[in-house]
Design a protein around this ligand. Structure first.
Ligand SMILES: O=C(O)c1ccccc1NCC(=O)[C@H](O)[C@H](O)COP(=O)(O)O
Length: 211
């Protein structure tokens, strides 16, 4: 089995980015959504990104953003992947000529087959918990048994992941990657280096068990 990748989302400080990378994170997420406690400006993100070593995937997260704003961020920040966490259409997601990942919130009535067909141009699908009025970063787990085993896109699993449930998530879903935010924080937007290390150790231990 291949290694489960880890994305640490909601990076707001260079020291948190450095801690995530030295613990072995594959990707860092930057939230360009003003209402989030993890939001940062393009200039702030650009400064953090400039401090990063190579071979780390930089992900820009947007929620129903104006397309001009996304282009403005792209002009300032060297992002590798866009993450659309709202109700963006496939046409909108494709319009930036950048690899993207579509986040889908697991509402009771979601038709995953239809959604995956609609976003077939995405590099991956991120499945997150649904909580009315909260677009993401809920800190809540959804029922992983609802995820079909034959998804047509690589699965990035999110929602309430923590060091003590990362292994169970891998055993249940065999995702391509885990995406964590609140579960490795000491306060919203402030990452905890020790929790990041424990999270990534739990992922590595689960991968060894799956081999
Ligand atoms: O993190 C946020 O504040 C946020 C706000 C609006 C949309 C998405 C947001 N985060 C998305 C993520 O990628 C999180 O990693 C994902 O939702 C899981 O969050 P958590 O349950 O806190 O691990």
């Amino acid at each position: 089995m291949s290694r489960t990748r880890v994305k640490i989302c909601g990076i707001t400080r260079a020291e948190d980015a450095a801690a995530a990378i030295s613990a072995g994170a594959d990707a860092l997420g930057f939230v360009f959504f003003a209402k989030s406690p993890r939001a940062l400006t393009a200039a702030q993100a650009a400064l953090i990104i400039a401090s990063l070593p190579p071979f780390v995937t930089k992900v820009g997260l947007f929620v129903n953003a104006n397309a001009d704003y996304v282009r403005e961020v792209l002009a300032i920040c060297s992002l590798d992947l866009l993450q659309f966490h709202g109700d963006e259409t496939p046409l909108y997601c494709e319009s930036f000529a950048k690899p993207y990942m579509k986040a889908l919130r697991m509402r009771e009535d979601i038709d995953l087959t239809a959604q995956l067909a609609a976003y077939s141009s995405a590099s991956a699908v991120l499945l997150d918990s649904y909580k009315a009025g909260v677009p993401g970063g809920t800190g809540e787990v959804f029922d992983w048994e609802r995820i079909p085993s034959d998804l047509s896109l690589p699965l990035v699993l999110a929602g309430g992941l923590r060091p003590n449930n990362a292994g169970a998530a891998i055993a249940a879903c065999q995702p391509y990657a885990l995406d964590v935010s609140g579960g490795v924080e000491s306060a919203p937007g402030i990452k905890c280096a020790d929790a990041i290390t424990r999270f990534i150790e739990a992922v590595s231990a689960a991968d060894r068990r799956e081999d």
